[in-house]
Write a protein that binds this ligand. Structure first.
Ligand code: SF4
Length: 445
């Protein structure tokens, strides 16, 4: 980091502002809980934040709350409590942490969250539907499933103007029109299309910035670590979607990344290997997991996580404010469908990222308690290797449950992967190789 950039207060601002916005967000949620103000419970893949802001509903993202318990090393307490209550060890860890949170009256390490007045979610993950039923039973609240048609097979998406796309868009729009009176009833606020327009304008700025930030990581050295820094940016992209703070944050973040790119300021001082990450991070040992790679000079320049967990905001789709509801339906369809593609049809996404970001290898990280993201990853890896000669690593752990995270095992596999990368690089340069402990490009799962 240069002196000039430091003193300008630009480099590192995204991480600092992200932490500040998170604190602000949880203070607001705690205040809502204190005053008994109910909230909308939503999920990252299709939060409809733009629409909910028009009804003054505070938004609770249970996935984000749950992962925070793991980052703060308290997840096991929540998981044990939910399992004692009767939930199977196999159930998604985010669900179980949330169940325990509800049993504790909304108490989390970051503060207390309000109770739900409504749950609004998409079909992007089947667990969302069953999860919302838990709140429906606990609180007797209305739940709303927005059914978003997904891609029927890899690479078969249709786009605006295509008759199939227009059918799907109208289907989503009809559901949004049904949701509005329900939100009016729950919130007691009358729908004002201009408030929706305003929120959509902020979402446009956020999406524009997010897309640009992701693309700027093609810089050499790379500007941010998609696994660590990227998760902070992702939290803001979700929690502040449709808010002026979210728009301002991403405008600033683009500026930060452009400054870093122009001055050659990388996330690592000595970047050796540029990697892609597939799956959900290992939150129980979040920093350490990343260090297992950075100690070898490896950093994550991109990840499918930043695509699907931002609900497809990576595409930077911009709403047409002249036709808000039609455009909202179009944006939700394009974004949520892309999020599903980044989970279920990720090979084309990875091939694009390998080229666009100049990556040297791919790390697959299936996790025990999220089948939606993990199922089929071994096959997906085979498909990638059939299409491209690229080193890859397949390591398993969990995003919540420390009982199935073995740091020593992970380290062994990761160390061997880097030996393979070094050997491959030396061979390509025509030099003698380091002992080939690992043939990382061969699928072994
Ligand atoms: S995507 Fe995975 S982690 Fe998220 S709710 Fe679904 S099963 Fe749980």
């Amino acid at each position: 980091m240069t002196q000039a950039a430091e003193s300008a207060g630009i480099v590192g601002r995204g991480n600092n502002d992200g932490a500040r916005l998170f604190r602000q967000w949880f203070e607001e949620l705690a205040a809502a809980a204190e005053s008994g103000r109910p909230a909308a419970y939503v999920f990252v893949m299709g939060s409809l934040g733009e629409l909910l802001r028009a009804f003054d509903l505070p938004m609770v993202f249970p996935e984000i709350n749950s992962l925070q318990t793991a980052v703060r090393r308290t997840a096991h307490e929540y998981l044990n409590e939910a399992e004692d209550y009767g939930y199977s060890p196999d159930v998604c860890g985010y669900v179980k942490a949330d169940v325990a949170t509800q049993l504790r009256g909304g108490v989390l390490p970051m503060g207390r969250i309000p109770k739900p007045a409504i749950a609004v979610y998409t079909n992007a993950c089947n667990t969302y539907v069953k999860w919302a039923e838990i709140w429906e039973r606990m609180y007797g609240i209305p739940v709303f499933t927005l059914d978003v048609p997904g891609t029927r097979a890899a690479g078969t998406q249709t786009w605006p103007g295509d008759p199939d796309f227009e059918h799907d868009r109208r289907y989503v729009e009809a559901q949004l029109r049904e949701l509005i009176p329900l939100l009016e009833r729950v919130s007691g606020v009358k729908f004002d299309v201009d408030r929706l327009r305003e929120a959509m304008g902020h979402a446009n700025a956020l999406g524009r910035g997010w897309k640009r930030v992701l693309a700027l990581n093609a810089s050499r050295p790379s500007l941010f670590n998609a696994l660590t820094d990227g998760t902070i940016y992702l939290g803001v992209a979700n929690g502040f979607r449709g808010a002026p703070e979210g728009a301002a944050y991403f405008t600033d973040l683009v500026e930060e990344m452009e400054v870093k790119s122009a001055r050659g300021i990388g996330t690592l001082t000595d970047e050796q290997y540029r990697l892609l990450f597939v799956g959900v991070p290992c939150y129980p040992i979040f920093r350490r997991f990343s260090e297992l790679f950075t100690e070898h000079g490896g950093t994550f320049v991109g990840s499918t996580y930043l695509h699907f967990a931002s609900g497809g905001a990576n595409l930077g789709y911009e709403y047409d404010l002249a036709r808000p509801l039609e455009s909202l339906a179009e944006g939700v369809l394009i974004g949520v469908r892309d999020a599903m593609d980044a989970m279920f049809h990720q090979t084309p996404v990875l091939l694009r990222m390998l080229d666009d970001l100049g990556a040297d290898g791919v790390v697959y990280h299936p996790i025990k308690s999220c089948r939606t993201v993990s199922t089929g990853l071994a096959d997906s890896r085979r498909a990638l290797l059939a299409a491209r000669d690229v080193p890859s690593l397949f390591i398993e752990s969990d995003m919540m449950d420390r009982r199935v995270v073995s740091e020593a095992q992970l380290k062994n596999r990761i160390d061997a992967f880097f030996e393979g990368l070094a050997s491959r690089r030396a061979q390509a340069a025509g030099r003698s190789t380091v002992p080939p402990r690992a043939t990382a490009a061969q699928p072994t799962a």
